[in-house]
Design a protein around this ligand. Structure first.
Ligand code: 6R9
Length: 648
């Protein structure tokens, strides 16, 4: 990718200063950047003191065997103690930890004191089922409080959890259970999605025909639907957990003890089991949650809409918020059940002050119409977050205007399963924000953009995003495959972590993410980012969502094929398709004009809302569609194909 290639196609001039009131009382000020750049390791050592250590660490970073890092290696601590017990000990046991909102409308408030008892009981139940420190436990649950309890119970006894998204197929679950060699699976009879009870347990039963090492399945009763039980193997959560003692002494674990494995699908090859450990991970999850959301635990009500099966659910539903003693909302279901205002009804009901969601959701809300959020009182919201994909400026501005009343700052947070916690983001009380840019590495984090030859690009140029210094919550390896860890992340550029994302720096040195480098298109010798073409398309009033791919083309090498979902007000016609092509040409230049625009009703997305472009490439190139096991909804590809005219 040449410098000129990812050139500044898209011009975005709007700027938004932080609200004065928020800035005046912000948890973190501009001084943090200066402090961290003066002594990065001292900065992180100080943040580690946010936690309660059984043995205080004296070492910060051990980078003697790169790329295998150790952080705070001589310290010991218990993650569950930090997320639960210490808040009770500090007199905050009556504070609500979780406001649970079930999809059918049932709700439960769980205080920190109740959470402590429940986690302790679950920890005792795991011990009774023969799980001990170092064992792996697979978790396959809907978005219910037991998911949080299960993860914390594992952390408490030092078992390593591997959460598998509840939407994954039996095969996808089986391969992850096998790879991690899990001994126990925690699941539920089912969960509520789109107004229906959806079974989960049958997928586990099927998966386990290939996983003989699993000794027990612990089953939460959520829906009450008929559930097959295997005698001797399966145990109801309520049978075993409820009769346990609420006393469990949390033993301290080494800072580098494995906390969890989380699989990332990647575009090709077998899923990678990303390994995270204890002390550094919790330090960065907690500090970033405190800094980037400006969390005030006594008064804020925080809501992250992610699924627990995505890293965002791990770091910003479970570990970061609970380490900080936050009060948060957990919602089980979909945003349009039973009506398209459900999210805003929840914000109003609980007085949510901080909302963290994904661009895909924001674009969906735009498509549904401005009048829907306008019916609810959203005045409690004071900070809005975005994660998962580059957020296009149109969606960013809509989010600020229609959800944030034109004043709540937006924090566009770039990070990955591998980074464990946020890396590049504005700070809400400090940064003058730019719609569409994640802007600057957080204090203590070192990121830059390099060209093919690993040279740092000047301001105004594009290339590859790299991280140039180790960070506390970095992945430690790929489970069982150190060589793949080295090859995937540390071999492309000597001594630097290759994130796999394209990025550019603007004239101020701020970073704009341009999507996965695998998705960059090469058209007549020009590299064009899918993100920028998609942004241009959704900038047109007829388009709600779009996904762009490069399809092999005899004349231009690759040709741009755009899949678009129209807004409710627009109808598909040859004139509209022509108009959209011309619009992209006008916005980005003639080279970026799509060769084809295909109108569809859905786009293939993962659990975190990322578009699986390789599946669309299969369609654009007239191939049979590849592996769809990690799609949030496996029917989508059939639907898309049925909507398109036969390939000519
Ligand atoms: C947290 C998460 C990681 C990939 C990452 C990038 C994309 C995430 C982004 C973003 C632009 C943001 N990504 N946040 N791109 N701006 N604010 O999403 O983890 O599921 O592992 O995905 O997501 O491409 O490399 P994960």
């Amino acid at each position: 990718m040449s410098n000129e290639s990812l050139a500044n196609l898209l011009k975005e001039e709007r700027r938004f200063a932080p609200p004065a009131e928020l800035a005046a009382a912000a948890n973190v000020t501009a001084a943090a950047y200066a402090q961290a750049s003066e002594d990065r390791l001292a900065f992180w050592a100080e943040q580690a003191r946010r936690l309660d250590w059984a043995t205080e660490p004296t070492e910060t970073l051990d980078w003697s065997n790169p790329p295998f890092a150790k952080w705070f290696a001589d310290g010991t601590l218990n993650v569950a103690h930090n997320c639960v017990d210490r808040h009770v000990e500090a007199g905050n046991g009556d504070r609500v930890a979780i406001h649970f909102e079930g999809e059918p409308g049932d709700s439960r408030a769980i205080t920190y004191a109740q959470l402590k008892d429940e986690v302790s009981r679950a920890a005792n139940a795991l011990l009774e089922l023969g799980v001990t420190k170092g064992d792996r436990v697979a978790v396959y649950l809907p978005m219910i409080p037991e998911a949080v309890v299960a993860m914390l119970a594992c952390a408490r006894i030092g078992a390593t959890h591997s959460v598998v998204f509840g939407g994954f197929s039996a095969d996808a679950v089986a391969s992850r259970i096998q790879d991690a060699d899990a001994k126990l699976v925690i699941t539920a009879d089912g969960g509520y999605r789109r107004g229906k009870a959806t079974a989960l347990k049958p997928a586990i039963d099927e998966a386990l025909t290939k996983c003989p090492q699993v000794e027990h399945v612990l089953v939460v009763r959520r829906t009450g639907q008929d559930t097959a039980f295997t005698e001797g193997r399966d145990v109801w959560w309520h049978d075993i957990v409820e009769r346990q003692s609420a006393e469990h002494t949390a033993e301290a674990h080494d800072a580098e003890h494995p906390l969890f494995i989380l699989y990332t699908s990647g575009t090709t090859g077998k899923p990678k089991g990303i390994l995270h450990t204890t002390g550094g991970y919790l330090t960065q999850a907690a500090w970033t949650h405190h800094a980037v959301f400006d969390l005030k635990p006594e008064t804020d009500v925080y809501w992250c809409t992610a699924d627990i099966g995505w890293v965002t659910g791990h770091s910003y539903i479970v570990y970061g918020p609970l380490a900080n003693g936050a009060t948060q909302v957990i919602y089980e279901g979909t945003p349009d059940t039973p009506h398209q205002g459900r999210f805003w009804e929840i914000v109003q009901k609980y007085g949510v002050t901080i909302l963290y969601t994904a661009p895909t959701a924001i674009r969906t809300f735009m498509k549904w119409g401005d009048d829907i959020p306008a019916k609810f009182d959203l005045s409690s919201l004071r900070v809005l977050g975005s994660v998962g994909e580059p957020i296009n400026p149109e969606a960013w501005v809509w989010y600020r205007e229609h959800i944030g009343a034109g004043k709540a700052p937006i924090v566009d947070t770039w990070w990955q399963t591998e980074t464990g916690a946020m890396m590049i983001s504005p700070l809400p009380g400090v940064t003058t924000t730019k719609p569409g840019s994640a802007q600057r590495a957080l204090p203590g984090i070192a990121a830059t953009v390099v060209d093919d030859e690993a040279r740092e690009v000047p301001d105004g140029a594009g290339g590859y995003l790299v991280l140039t210094e180790p960070w506390p919550s970095m992945l430690r390896t790929i489970w069982g495959d150190d060589q793949r860890y080295i090859d995937t992340y540390w071999s492309r550029f000597e001594g630097r972590y290759f994130a796999g994302d394209g990025a550019k720096k603007d004239e101020d040195g701020d970073i704009w993410l341009l999507g996965r480098v695998d998705d960059v298109m090469l058209v007549s010798g020009h590299n064009i980012s899918t993100t920028e073409v998609e942004s241009a398309l959704v900038g047109h009033p007829a388009v709600a969502e779009s996904a762009v791919v490069g399809a092999t083309d005899a004349t231009t090498g690759q040709a741009i094929v755009a899949f678009v979902i129209l807004r409710g007000t627009a109808t598909d016609s040859p004139e509209l398709v022509e108009e959209l092509r011309a619009h992209v040409g006008r916005t980005l230049g003639p080279i970026a004009k799509p060769k084809q625009v295909k109108v569809v009703g859905e786009l293939p997305k993962t659990r975190s809302g990322k578009i699986m472009r390789r599946l669309l490439r299969d369609i654009a190139e007239g191939r049979e569609v590849g592996d769809t096991t990690t799609l949030a909804d496996s029917n989508v590809m059939n639907l898309i194909q049925s909507q398109l005219p036969a390939q000519g």
